[in-house]
Design a binder for this molecule. Structure first.
Ligand code: SF4
Length: 331
C-alpha cells in the first residue's frame, strides 16, 4: 500500500494526514506544537509509525504551515507549499464548487477567494489575535468554560449582546461589565462568537466578494456558534468539512500525491522516512553583518550536516553554501 503524508506545522497545532492513492484518509493526527516544531514532528512520526500498516510505504511527503520550510528541510519533504494553496486544494477536493474559504486557526486566519477552481485573491491575518482561535480560548479560560462547550452554549442564547471584541483586553473588561449587568453567560458567549466573526471580516474581507459555496476550515470551524454567526452575517449557508481542523495537511498530501503520480518529481524520494527519533537536528540563527540589511539567517543542520539556510536577501549565503564554506564564520 502507498501513502502520501501531509504535515501542517502551525504555531498552535501540528496536523498530519496520510492519504492512499485513491485519496482515502488512512490516518490523521493532531498535536499541540508547544513552541517546538522539531519535537512535535518527531513525536508525530513515532505515533504514526506504530499505527500504519506494515505494508504501507510513504511515497512522498509535503509540508505547509508557518514552520513548513524548517520541517520540510528536516524531513526531506518532496514539496513545501504555502497554506493558502494547501487549504484551497483541500476545500476544492471535497467541494469542487467552493468560491470562498474562511479559515481560522489558533493564531492566524485566512480568507481565500476562488473562482472556477482557481485562487484569485486572499488575505491573511497573522497579527491581530482577536480574529483567531486563541481569542476564544482565552475568553473560555476567563469564563472557566471548556472551549468545546462554547458553540452549543452560544446557540442556546436567548438574545444578542454586543461584546467589544477588537482585542482581548477590551473583550475581557466588556465581558465583566456585561456579567455585572446580569447578562446570561450564553448571551455573552454568543456575543464573543459574533465578535470573532466581526473582527475576521473587518480585517480580511475588505474589497473581496464572499460568494457561496463558503467552506469554513481550521480548528475554530468546529465551533457551531461561530459557524452560525458567519451564516447570519453573510446570509448564506456555511459548509464545515468533517476534517475541518486538518484541511491544510490534507491539502498538501493531495498535492504531493499529484506530484509523485503525475509529474514524477517525488520519485527521487527526498523524504527521509519516519525513523527520525534518533536523528539530531539543530537550528542556528545568526545575523549577517555583510551590509546594513543585517539579515537574520536561519541555518538548519541534521546530524551535524548543513541541510538548509534561509533568511538572506542577497546570494551571499547561497554562494557560500554552494562552496560548502558555511562554517567559516557567521559574519
Ligand atoms: S545576507 Fe546579503 S543582504 Fe543580508 S546582510 Fe548579508 S550581505 Fe547584506
Amino acid at each position: 500500500m502507498e501513502g502520501y503524508l501531509g504535515i501542517d506545522i502551525g504555531s498552535v497545532s501540528t496536523n498530519f494526514a496520510i492519504l492512499d492513492k485513491e485519496c482515502n484518509i488512512l490516518d490523521t493526527l493532531y498535536l499541540r506544537t508547544k513552541g517546538n516544531p522539531t519535537q512535535v514532528v518527531k513525536k508525530g512520526f513515532s505515533i504514526l509509525k506504530t499505527r500504519l500498516k506494515s505494508d504501507c510505504r510513504i511515497k512522498g511527503a509535503g509540508t505547509t504551515g508557518s514552520a513548513r520550510r524548517l520541517i520540510g528541510k528536516l524531513v526531506g519533504a518532496d514539496l513545501i507549499k504555502n497554506e493558502i494553496t494547501s487549504h484551497a486544494v483541500a476545500a476544492l477536493h471535497f467541494y469542487p464548487d467552493t468560491c470562498t474559504v474562511l479559515e481560522i486557526g489558533g493564531q492566524d486566519s485566512k480568507l481565500i477567494i476562488i473562482r472556477d477552481g482557481i485562487v484569485v485573491d486572499f488575505a491573511m491575518n497573522t497579527v491581530c489575535a482577536a480574529g483567531t482561535g486563541s481569542f476564544l480560548d482565552h475568553q473560555a479560560e476567563r469564563l472557566s468554560i471548556p472551549i468545546e462547550k462554547f458553540g452549543e452554549l452560544a446557540l442556546g442564547a436567548k438574545s444578542k449582546v454586543n461584546i467589544a471584541s477588537k482585542c482581548t483586553v477590551f473583550a475581557e473588561s466588556d465581558m465583566i461589565h456585561k456579567a455585572q449587568l446580569g447578562v446570561p453567560t450564553e448571551n455573552i458567549i454568543r456575543g464573543l462568537c459574533e465578535g470573532i466573526v466581526r473582527n475576521y471580516l473587518n480585517n480580511l474581507s475588505r474589497g473581496k466578494r464572499i460568494q457561496p459555496r463558503i467552506v469554513f476550515q481550521g480548528g475554530v470551524a468546529y465551533n457551531v456558534g461561530v459557524k452560525a454567526a458567519f451564516e447570519e452575517v453573510l446570509d448564506s449557508e456555511v459548509t464545515v468539512p468533517g476534517h475541518a481542523g486538518i484541511m491544510g495537511a490534507i491539502g498538501v498530501s493531495l498535492l504531493i500525491k499529484d506530484l509523485v503520480e503525475n509529474k514524477g518529481k517525488g520519485k527521487k524520494g527526498g523524504f527521509i522516512g519516519m525513523e527520525i527519533q534518533e536523528m539530531e537536528f539543530e537550528t542556528k540563527v545568526f545575523e549577517c553583518k555583510g551590509c546594513p540589511n543585517i539579515c537574520e539567517i536561519v541555518q538548519i543542520e541534521r546530524d551535524g550536516k548543513l541541510i538548509d539556510r534561509y533568511g538572506y536577501r542577497c546570494d551571499r549565503w547561497e554562494l557560500l553554501k554552494t562552496k560548502d564554506k558555511f562554517n567559516k564564520g557567521h559574519d
